[in-house]
Design a protein around this ligand. Structure first.
Ligand code: HEC
Length: 148
């Protein structure tokens, strides 16, 4: 009798687990093939477009290049980060209590998909596991930054 009850409870737990996986936005699931593709492409793009300055491990370089790993700026400014990847930035910038002030050139040749892939990489490697950053999310943001 005891064993049976344990078995029933176990099956209920498994059931809830399965439901959680199938419910909700499955594309955000970091196990999905699409996520893996974005992430792997994003890593390659990061190496060629960003690592020179921000370093492979995202730690930045002294007072010159701000870190991308554990950056409070990245955590708090998703839309601006999308814009920076493509259009760059200049002026004072605070990251984790340190001020940086050195212009970053943009990468206007990047497609919306490439920006989404880079964002997927930086938002899932060192910072909160945000899940996939979809190209559909990035396109309207990029259209907005051109106006700034
Ligand atoms: C030539 C060096 C250089 C390259 C290459 C470069 N950056 Fe930057 N990046 C900077 C500098 C300098 C700043 C600070 C800008 C400022 O002071 O306004 C910055 C700022 C940032 C920030 C905001 C601050 C932070 O650390 O959270 C992000 C995000 C960022 N860069 C991401 C990228 C990504 C992604 C790429 C590749 C697509 C890239 N950068 C390529 C130099 C660079």
């Amino acid at each position: 009798m005891r064993i049976q009850i344990h078995y029933i409870i176990l099956m209920m737990l498994v059931g809830v687990g399965l439901l959680n996986c199938t419910r909700g936005d499955s594309s955000k699931h970091t196990g999905s093939v699409k996520y893996q593709q974005y992430y792997v492409q994003g890593e390659e793009l990061y190496k060629s477009y960003c690592a020179n300055c921000h370093q492979l491990d995202g730690s930045g370089l002294g007072r010159v290049y701000p870190p991308l790993s554990k950056s409070d700026f990245i955590e708090q400014n998703f839309e601006e980060v999308i814009c920076i990847i493509k259009y760059g930035r200049s002026g004072e910038l605070w990251v984790n209590g340190t001020m940086y002030n050195q212009p970053m050139k943009g990468n206007p040749a990047l497609t919306d998909l490439e920006v989404a892939e880079i964002a997927t990489y930086i938002y899932n490697t060192w910072n909160t596991q945000r899940g996939i950053v979809e190209v559909g999310e990035v396109t309207p943001i990029l259209a907005g930054c051109a106006e700034k």
